[in-house]
Design a protein around this ligand. Structure first.
Ligand SMILES: [Zn+2]
Length: 189
């Protein structure tokens, strides 16, 4: 470790003890050139959040890519970038709290759809058309019809990210994140 005083790279550890409740190790070091003492902390590097694609392959979660995909669905709609950022924060937080720090593309898609439906129907339909890959105009109208039916049943739609109306987002996600075997195609992430 480079000495902060003389910049020599020659030191010895004089003391080593757990810190931050065992989450870190604190090391007291002594520079062998200038005899100054300084402290270093060693911590586990947090694992990257991984996305499991439909074919079972994994890739690092790409926040920007998801943001761009959702923003495209929200073009010229009254959905703010801040609202989209909050949604992505929630997805990252929920997936990040899971043991394996993994989330499937279809779970991400479900979370996005659920949120967009409460915010803006046009954005929802646009995202769904990409995500669910409506093969024909019939399946597209089916989706619109089911949206209308649900609307008649629910008098108000709560913001799923509004803390006063908490939605169990975690329930949408298996904590044993396994490769998708559903019919839903990969969302463009
Ligand atoms: Zn030194």
């Amino acid at each position: 470790m480079k000495c902060p005083f003389c910049e020599a790279n020659n030191d010895k550890v004089v003391d080593s003890r757990p810190a931050e409740d065992g989450a870190a190790i604190r090391r007291r070091r002594e520079c062998l050139v200038c005899s100054a003492r300084f402290t270093t902390y060693e911590k586990i590097e947090s694992l990257p959040l991984m996305v499991i694609k439909k074919d079972g392959s994994r890739q690092p979660f790409d926040r920007e890519k998801l943001l761009m995909g959702i923003m495209k669905s929200c073009a010229k709609r009254p959905v703010t970038t801040e609202q989209i950022e909050r949604l992505i924060d929630t997805i990252e937080r929920v997936a990040g709290n899971m043991m394996k720090r993994e989330i499937t593309t279809s779970k991400i898609g479900e979370l996005v759809l659920r949120y967009l439906r409460s915010l803006d129907e046009v954005a929802y339909i646009r995202f769904a058309s990409v995500y669910r890959d409506f093969g024909d105009i019939h399946s597209f109208f089916e989706e619109v019809r089911s949206l209308q039916e649900q609307e008649q049943q629910v008098s108000y739609v709560a913001d799923p990210l509004d803390d006063t109306h908490p939605v169990d987002v975690a329930a949408l996600i298996d904590d044993t994140a396994s490769p998708d075997n559903t019919d839903t195609p990969d969302v463009t992430l």
